[in-house]
Write a protein that binds this ligand. Sequence first.
Ligand code: UDP
Length: 239
Amino acid sequence: MARPSYKRILLKVSGEVLMGDQPFGIDLGTVGRVADEVMACAAAGAQIALVIGGGNIFRGLAGAARGMDRVSADHMGIMATVMNALAMQGVLNAKGADARVLSAIAMPSVCETYAPAKGRHHLEQGRIVICAAGTGLPFFTTDTGAALRAAELQCEALLKGTSVDGVYSADPKTDPSARRFETITFSEILRRDLRIMDPAAIALARDNGIPVVVFSIRKPGAVRDVLNGTGLFTTVTKD
Ligand code: UDP
């Protein structure tokens, strides 16, 4: 792999991606495939922090819709992100990488507690940092957690790995005239109401000048392609 275009990145992987073809939960084969990609990019010289969602296990809004109180439901969602982070750490370490989970909610017998300086130190040492528990607060999402960690860890870009290969003018699954943007500004995303991330995440990335690269992580080699500037993706930039 060529020298990556970004030296330090934050990779957001939605929990849904880790389900693979299963209807629920963690598919370790898929975790292994994502881990291989992350390790290939790290071997090429990129410093990588990961934020993993929890939607493959539990979403707070779904719990609240079934009558739970929102705060407890979101705490369950936060715990789901920790489970995914531990699965990724285990697989990365088994493959020979040095990966560390840093959780926004302290659980010292399970993993390290997140602090920005600790995260930056691990990255500088060449370790893969897995930021767990989102922001640590209910009513937020892991997208917002990813934008926050990207800013705190001084990442040059936030790579958002999804099931779609970029940002489209309309839903490509239902509208054949939908076209994919190569680049688009944060303002245009908000003006067109293209919901690639929640507004809090967009505001954090925009205000801190962190480009967001949207790509399909289901395609093998996608992270490497994004870092090499090849493949399909959309870069969301400041105006
Ligand atoms: N969550 C939260 N605060 C955060 C991050 C996550 O309360 O800072 C909870 C929330 O309930 C959310 C769940 O964790 O539904 C899983 O996160 P998310 O929906 O962002 O995961 P993804 O869709 O990326 O898999």
